[in-house]
Design a protein around this ligand. Structure first.
Ligand code: AMP
Length: 983
């Protein structure tokens, strides 16, 4: 440690008196004139008329002294030298305490003109006693000594002065007192050096140490820990020139089994323990342990109790859990070979909270049971289950299975006992009946009515049927490797009418019965029927729409699924060619792409690979963390694929320790994003799924999330630019709604902005749509909803549609026009819902073009069928952008509402106390200094300001200028109260 640093520490320690360790210093005396009585043998020079030894009564005590009083003679030079004083090798500085008196020169008669009132202290170093040889030249002057009080005749005032003789280096030294004509008597000379006494501090012992001198003001001293204590670094302390200990460094702590008592480490008492090297006291042994003996570092567990490897020694020992209870196996609906196993947690957890379960599956044939093998799949997994259910799939029908569920905790591995429950179960499935014949009941140029029958005497009404059809011509398309569209209907009756068909066209129909579990029968009927040609209006009858009008088969739901004609979905694990399938809804046989919910894939991994291309991690370089998603960090990086240019990308990562479910949820975003291709939808570059660290790679958006971007550029963009951004978002949303994708979480925070200020919709995914969003609020039905962005019907009964996305788009419009302001400010979710129900809507943001605000209000129509569609929104915005003058009419703006300013008061209702408080409330604190410099220091002065004045003090940005001006306007209008606009 360098000297300057020690000094600094010392200084701090001096300031912080409380931690300054000042121990009584110690003096080691080298010479004491009084103690040796008259037998000093000091040398005087000159021999005659110089210093003399005498005796004098001072305050009634007889004292020896050396005196001289040649006040009337000129040029006095009288020396008195001590004997040789041996020095301690470490003591470079000694203190010389002199008790003396000096007579007042005025107390003599006028002849004593040469009279002095001071004398001098000298010293001379030597390695040995030089006896009586005395040479003035060998002495160096230490100081002149003057009395504080001088004595008169009969009035003796003894002075005590202490002087330092520093930088001594030889074996010893002499002191000498030189008189130059004073009347002096020296009664006592005491020579000593200072020591820091031996001490124990923070369980470290430090030896007695001689204090340093000018050259070594702080002496570093190493110490040693007391018995049964230890320290990582050697303890050290510093001894000051005054013999005081300061700045202890390094801490000794008692070893395990010992605690500090005063300056020592003592054994823990029986029944107590201390596990670590620390300053803590011994603790009583925890629950379920044996009483400890003295000096215990641990308390061992009682029989039948254990401590998990990760448990701290301070935790109680715990027992094994009891077995799981109420084990039940149920066949899962709609799926062959699936079984749901559920149970309730053990009655006794053994005192632990880390209970998990593992499931063992055995197949039992006659009397032999064997492990089920790897084919059986467990969802979420077969081990380390936190939940009390597991779904097993790929089980064989008609086989007996035994499932053993074990409750485990952190201590299970320490005991041979197992807490298990077992259940035997067999899977029995009903095969769906076969469909036997399909007949054409009625036809028209645009519709066909069909009916069919079933083989068995099953009640046909309890069976569901899957009908698939397509144009026959599409055979050709398939051969040419073009896409083939199948429309799939699930029906409850044995007849159906299909309309919206093309005249004179041959269609292929296939119908299969579905089992209770939803699996199609192995055989189905396939047949071809054609629609008749269109009859010109003046000839013949108009085609009759026949009786069964949909009534014959209520369409339960329309499954628009990828189907390979001859393969049952169950067995289709092979990867499908993306071109094999094409998706469409029955109403829309136009070749328009529809979004496919990745959940319709039994294996979500297939869905990812279908819609996203796999990238090798070697082609990806992560550069910097730019955000945090639900599943892990988001990085900026580079994608370099051979033969292609380097591309800036965003890399979403999946944090380690994920479950299979989380991995699938994470990748579902890619399965969704990969289906989209639009300028205003974030583009998926690919995925990494085949390596441990799954990643989603998307185009990089330099300006990040829109809400933050707007807040950072408050007031810096024109309405035209803002509306341009909204156009992009609307176009992206039109594309999504055309694909029947409902976003559910459209908000400025989920829009990304690139360097060209193009806005793109992002944040897709299944669970994450609402789970991940910090704005998501749990509703009574258990889902999570970002209340202030969500349409009332979606909040009330989860009716999420493109129309509810339009409502959210209206909120995004408001966010954009208000530069990222929080919708409904600090109103609570409850207040927002109440206001919306009472027909209140957000007021126009400042400077918002009237046409834009009108569009927002349209998006917020209570009746969702009255809201514009995204197509309408894009057209309207396009019109506005084509004639920028249409943006010039500004919507009515009430500053107190739009920037939520109570007219004359701060947030607590009291008037603004200062200009800076007011500026802070309107988020314009950055101008505090401008107001101050311009001398506007009170709210009275603020109220006098005009726009011109605001500009003159340096507020230049139009948005900021207006914000401040409007606020002043609002402050002046004291009669207005806070209100929200009603529609
Ligand atoms: P997310 O998980 O999609 O909500 O992403 C978290 C954050 O990462 C976002 O708020 C953005 O700031 C950032 N981010 C995500 N994707 C991108 C991207 N493609 N370009 C730039 N930043 C992104």
């Amino acid at each position: 440690m360098d000297y300057r640093r020690i000094k600094r520490i010392l200084f701090v320690y001096v300031l912080m008196n409380c931690i300054f360790i000042s121990l009584q210093n110690k003096e080691e005396v080298l010479l004491d004139m009084m103690a040796s009585g008259g037998e000093l043998g000091w040398l005087t020079w000159p021999d005659q008329n110089g210093w003399e030894i005498g005796q004098q009564a001072v305050n009634g005590t007889l004292l020896y002294n050396y005196f001289i009083c040649n006040v009337e003679a000129r040029e006095q030079d009288n020396w008195l030298r001590t004997t040789f004083i041996q020095r301690h090798p470490s003591a470079t500085r000694v203190f010389v305490e002199i008790r003396f008196l000096v007579r007042d020169c005025n107390s003599f008669n006028a002849d004593s003109l040469t009279c002095k009132e001071t004398f001098n202290l000298y010293t001379s170093e030597a390695d040995a006693d030089i006896g009586t040889s005395f040479r003035k030249g060998q002495f160096r002057k230490v100081t002149t000594i003057a009395p504080d009080e001088i004595s008169g005749l009969g009035d003796m005032r003894i002075n005590t002065e202490t002087r330092i003789v520093d930088n001594l280096s030889r074996k010893g030294f002499y002191l000498a007192f030189q008189d130059i004509g004073a009347c002096v008597a020296i009664y006592s000379v005491r020579v000593y050096y200072k020591m820091c006494p031996a001490t124990v501090k923070s369980l470290a012992a430090f030896p007695e140490t001689v204090a340093g001198g000018e050259n070594q003001a702080l002496r570093e001293v190493a110490g040693a820990c007391v018995e049964n204590a230890e320290s990582e670094d050697q303890p050290r302390i510093y001894c000051t020139v005054d013999g005081e200990w300061v700045v202890p460094v390094g801490q000794c702590q008692c070893r395990p089994g010992y605690e500090a008592v005063d300056d020592a480490c003592q054994e823990c008492k029986p029944g107590f323990f201390k596990a670590s090297v620390s300053n803590e006291a011994c603790e009583p042994c925890p629950k379920n342990t044996r009483p400890s003996s003295p000096g215990a570092a641990t308390c061992s567990c009682l029989d039948g109790f254990y401590r998990a490897p990760d448990d701290p020694l301070t935790a109680p020992c715990s027992a094994l859990p009891s077995p799981p209870r109420n084990l039940v196996a149920t066949t899962a609906q709609m799926a062959v070979g699936k079984l749901l196993l559920s149970w309730t947690p053990p009655e006794n957890t053994g005192g632990r909270s880390d209970i998990s379960y593992s499931v063992v599956c055995e197949r039992c044939d006659a009397r032999v049971c064997q492990p089920c093998g790897e084919k059986v799949r467990f969802e979420p997994s077969s081990t380390d289950l936190k939940e009390t259910t597991v779904t097993m799939s790929e089980l064989e029908p008609h086989l007996n299975y035994t499932f053993t569920v074990e409750a485990r905790s952190g201590v299970s591995q320490l005991s041979p006992r197992r807490a298990t429950s077992t259940i035997n179960t067999a899977l029995h499935y009903t095969d769906p009946p076969n469909v036997t014949g399909m007949t054409l009941v009625e036809s028209s140029p645009t519709s066909l009515s069909l009916s069919w029958s079933v083989s068995r005497r099953a009640k046909p009404n309890t069976i569901r049927y899957e009908l698939m059809y397509r144009k026959k011509d599409d055979d050709e398309a398939k051969i040419n490797k073009k896409v083939t569209t199948y429309t799939v209907l699930v029906l409850e009756k044995t007849s159906v009418q299909i309309s919206d068909l093309s005249p004179s066209t041959a269609y292929l129909f296939k119908v299969q019965a579905l089992s209770a579990e939803g699996n199609p029968s192995s055989t189905g009927v396939e047949q071809e029927f054609s629609t008749p040609p269109e009859v010109p209006p003046n000839q013949g009858n108009t085609a009759v729409i026949l009786g069964a009008v949909m009534g014959g088969g209520a369409i339960l739901f329309i499954v628009v699924v990828v189907l390979l004609l001859n393969k049952r979905r169950k067995s289709s694990h092979a990867r499908q060619d993306p071109e094999d399938a094409y998706f469409s809804s029955p109403e829309q046989l136009k070749p328009l792409k529809t979004y496919v919910d990745p959940h319709t894939y039994e294996d979500p991994n297939t869905a990812v690979l279908k819609f996203a291309s796999e990238i090798h991690p070697n082609h990806i370089t992560k550069q910097k963390v730019i955000g945090a998603g639900e599943f892990g960090e988001v990085y900026r990086g580079i994608l370099k694929v051979q033969g292609r240019k380097e591309l800036a990308v965003a890399i979403k990562t999946l944090k380690p320790g994920y479950s299979e479910k989380q991995r699938q949820d994470f990748l579902s975003e890619a399965s969704i994003m990969g289906q989209f291709s639009h300028q205003n939808i974030i583009r998926l570059e690919g995925v990494v799924t085949k390596f441990k660290h799954a990643m989603i790679i998307t185009e990089y958006m330099e300006n990040g999330a829109l809400d933050k971007y707007l807040r950072d550029h408050d007031g810096e963009m024109s309405s035209f630019q803002l509306v341009g951004m909204l156009r992009g978002i609307a176009a992206g949303m039109k594309y999504l709604s055309d694909m029947s994708y409902v976003h559910r979480d459209l908000a400025a925070r989920n829009i990304l902005v690139n360097s060209n200020l193009e806005c793109k919709v992002s944040d897709f995914g299944l669970s994450r749509v609402l789970e991940d969003d910090p704005e998501g609020t749990y509703t009574t039905s258990g889902g999570k909803i970002p209340i202030r962005w969500t349409a009332p019907e979606a909040i009330a009964y989860r009716k999420f549609t493109s129309a509810s996305d339009v409502w959210s788009f209206g909120i995004v419009m408001w966010e954009v026009m208000a530069f990222g302001e929080r919708p409904y400010w600090d109103m609570s979710n409850h207040e927002v819902m109440k206001a919306i129900n009472e027909a209140f809507r957000l007021p126009a943001p400042m400077d918002c073009p009237s046409a834009v605000y009108q569009l927002m209000l349209q998006c917020w129509q209570q009746d969702r069928s009255k809201r514009p569609r995204f197509g309408d929104i894009v057209s309207l915005i396009d019109k506005l952008l084509k004639s920028p003058d249409s943006l010039k009419t500004i919507a009515d703006f009430d500053p107190r509402v739009s920037i939520r300013l109570p007219s004359t008061s701060g947030s607590d209702g009291s008037p603004f106390r200062s200009v800076s408080e007011w500026l802070e409330s309107i988020k314009m604190s950055q101008y505090s200094e401008n107001f101050n410099m311009a001398g506007v220091v009170s709210m009275e002065q603020v109220l006098q300001m005009k726009s011109e004045d605001i500009r003159n003090i340096g507020v230049r940005l139009p948005g900021h200028l207006k914000r401040i001006a409007y606020s002043i306007l609002g402050l002046k209008d004291q009669t207005s109260t806070l209100s929200v606009f009603a529609v």
